[in-house]
Design a protein around this ligand. Structure first.
Ligand code: SF4
Length: 338
């Protein structure tokens, strides 16, 4: 049985050709899947009843189930999705009151091998990669369930996207071409896998690259992110400068603020120095405590002081609005169960 979600128009054409139908039928089916987000072939009402019955014998819309759905008081929705092999991932829809954007935060792997010490997903270890269809099914599920059109996709859910890069790139191509989401509205977030950052530079990627830096120096980063032992900050900086040179794109630096660990004046100064010659914006993220570690959120006055010091160095700095904290949908809280 073919799963229609994730197929390109030419792949759908192969199915319609086998059913002796025209290419135009393939186009109609493609629109129903990606732009109208239907849940069943029965809803494709501009196809004849006879053709729908024939199509149902060889194809279905989706093989993903919503296992749990939680809605936060701020409108964020978190889904636990189950794939046919029983593995589950979380995906989150974030809305921001002051913007029309609907942002899907998608997972790229079941579990994660990178094992950042602040992250609930890392505690599970790595289970398997998602294929590109399983990635895009997350956005289709959101659209089917809400009836809304996702406008932005960020690869910031479970998993390290650059350790599953071929599937992530194929999914991004489909988001761009089939969902008609602009390349600049797609963001890949990575812990800093240098060979793959170099590959993205060669591809001249026009989407946004976000780096989870989270530390101003090697010692603190080593405590937070074991990946620092393999791909250290100095080498990472060279890769990021090369990326900016090749693509012309500004990088986003993600920085979790954890009380007394990386939120001091000294840390802000070190971070400003590390980033001084890199074309980047900085996104500060107040840490969301999980039950699995002792890290604490930085107090607001310290967050503002940290922001001020970085702005003083000439960078554009934002503090990420916290979404979905009451349903564990915030950064670092996803873990593949509810
Ligand atoms: S923060 Fe990202 S890279 Fe690090 S363990 Fe969690 S999912 Fe993996």
């Amino acid at each position: 049985m073919e799963i229609l979600s994730g197929l390109s128009q030419s792949e759908i054409e192969k199915i319609t050709t086998e059913l002796n139908a025209s290419k135009f039928r393939a186009r109609q089916i493609h629109n129903w899947i990606y732009l109208k987000s239907v849940s069943s072939i029965d809803e494709m009402t501009d196809l004849s009843l006879k053709f729908r019955e024939e199509l149902k014998k060889v194809a279905t819309v989706s093989a993903v189930k919503i296992k749990v759905k939680q809605v936060s008081s701020d409108g964020t929705i978190k889904y636990l999705l189950e794939y046919p092999d029983g593995e589950c991932v979380e995906t989150v829809l974030m809305r921001f009151d002051n913007r029309a954007n609907l942002t899907a935060c998608v997972s790229s792997q079941v579990g994660c091998a990178v094992n950042c010490t602040f992250c609930a997903t890392g505690k599970r270890g790595f289970i398997r990669n998602l294929d590109y269809k399983e990635i895009i099914e997350q956005v289709l599920t959101i659209q089917r369930d809400t009836g809304l059109k996702v406008t932005n996709v960020v690869f910031m859910g479970q998993g390290e996207p650059l350790l599953n890069l071929d599937n992530v790139l194929r999914a991004m191509q489909i988001f761009n071409e089939d969902f008609q989401i602009g390349a600049r509205r797609l963001t890949i977030s990575t812990s800093g896998i240098i060979p793959q950052i170099n590959r993205l530079a060669e591809l001249d990627m026009q989407s946004t690259l976000a780096i989870s830096l989270h530390a101003p120096n090697h010692d603190i980063r080593q405590r937070l992110m074991p990946i620092e032992n393999k791909y250290g900050m100095d080498e990472l900086k060279n890769a990021l400068k090369n990326y900016v040179d090749k693509t012309g794109r500004r990088i986003t630096i993600e920085y979790l603020l954890i009380k007394d660990l990386n939120d001091t004046v000294e840390s802000a100064k070190q971070l400003a120095y590390y980033l001084h010659d890199l074309k980047c914006n900085i996104n500060l993220i107040p840490y969301n405590p999980t039950e699995k570690n002792d890290y604490k959120r930085s107090p607001n006055d310290r967050i503002m002081k940290f922001k001020y010091l970085l702005e003083h160095s000439g960078k554009k700095v934002t503090v990420r609005l916290e979404r979905g904290g009451d349903i564990d949908a915030a950064c670092g809280q996803l873990r593949g169960r509810m």
